[in-house]
Design a protein around this ligand. Structure first.
Ligand code: NAI
Length: 250
């Protein structure tokens, strides 16, 4: 029960890595606000977790992370529902891309920047203000990607946004240290979530072959790392990147 008594917001918590992390956090004793643009799916996740034997441990909130007022509102909802905020996992994201010279900037650049980049900035800002006002410290974990550190095919905009997540993490750790806040970014490689599962078996086999031990990473494996990083056991890990990529970047 490494997160006993803690309150967390997990953005993108209705699916994939986010949902696996909600389940892990609850098993570790946390209360979690599942914050997602898809309210119906977030509510279904709450029902699923109630049925797993954790009634009342989660609540659902609708948020578009690319709108600051909505992120602020979801922080307020977590505090209203569970009394405080200790952890935010800025994880909501979208993927996709085209060759650079085929870009329509409004379609192929801005959406990625608004969700994957601005969404993380807004999460850090709104949670950071709450942590300062509470005076209790806090932990900010944000999902970057291997593509935040390296170039890849069809990833021009996604890479830019995910690189910003790493930069935000360093700067947030620096700026919020005086309030007892830690910040860490994670860089998954190929994780078996709906983002990957939409592809053909052939492509999934190719993705797995890009990682050591020829396997896709399980969302539950990312969740285990996030729970550790959110806990006091990771108290010395701050302002840095933790690679959870099954050796992809090694
Ligand atoms: P997913 O598609 O299963 O989950 C993403 C969740 O974010 C969904 O529930 C979706 O409704 C929500 N979401 C999308 N836009 C939103 C918005 N504007 N506001 C609030 N919620 C929004 O995807 P997955 O794979 O779990 O991805 C989670 C994070 O991990 C993303 O940031 C993604 O870029 C990152 N990632 C995923 C990898 C993979 O191989 N699956 C690899 C590296 C990074």
């Amino acid at each position: 029960m490494r997160l006993e008594g803690k309150v967390a917001i997990i953005t993108g918590g209705a699916s994939g890595i986010g949902l696996a992390t909600v389940k892990k956090f609850v098993r570790e004793g946390a209360k979690v606000l599942i914050a997602d643009i898809n309210l119906a799916q977030a509510e279904a996740a709450v029902a699923e977790i109630d049925a797993l034997g954790f009634p009342g441990a989660t609540a659902a909130g609708q948020v578009n992370v690319s709108i600051y007022k909505e992120v602020e509102a979801v922080v307020a909802l977590a505090v209203k529902t569970f009394g405080k905020l200790d952890i935010i996992f800025n994880n909501a994201g979208i993927a996709g891309g085209k060759p650079l010279l085929d870009h329509d900037p409004e379609v192929d650049y801005m959406p990625m920047i608004r969700v994957d980049q601005d969404g993380v900035y807004y999460g850090i800002l709104a949670a950071g203000r709450q942590f300062r006002d509470q005076g209790t410290g806090g932990v900010i974990i944000s999902t970057s990607s291997i593509y935040g550190e390296q170039a890849a095919e069809l990833a021009f905009s996604y890479s830019a946004a995910k690189a910003a997540v790493i930069s935000f993490t360093r700067s947030a750790a620096y700026e919020l240290a005086e309030y007892g806040v830690r910040a860490v970014a994670i860089t998954p490689g190929r994780v078996g979530t709906p983002i990957i599962n939409q592809f053909s078996d052939e492509l999934k086999t190719l993705f797995a072959s890009e990682q050591m031990r020829n396997k896709l990473t399980l969302p539950e494996e990312i969740a285990d790392t996030v729970a550790f990083l959110a806990s006091d056991e990771a108290n010395a890990i701050n302002g840095t990147v933790v690679h959870v990529d099954d050796g992809y970047s090694a």
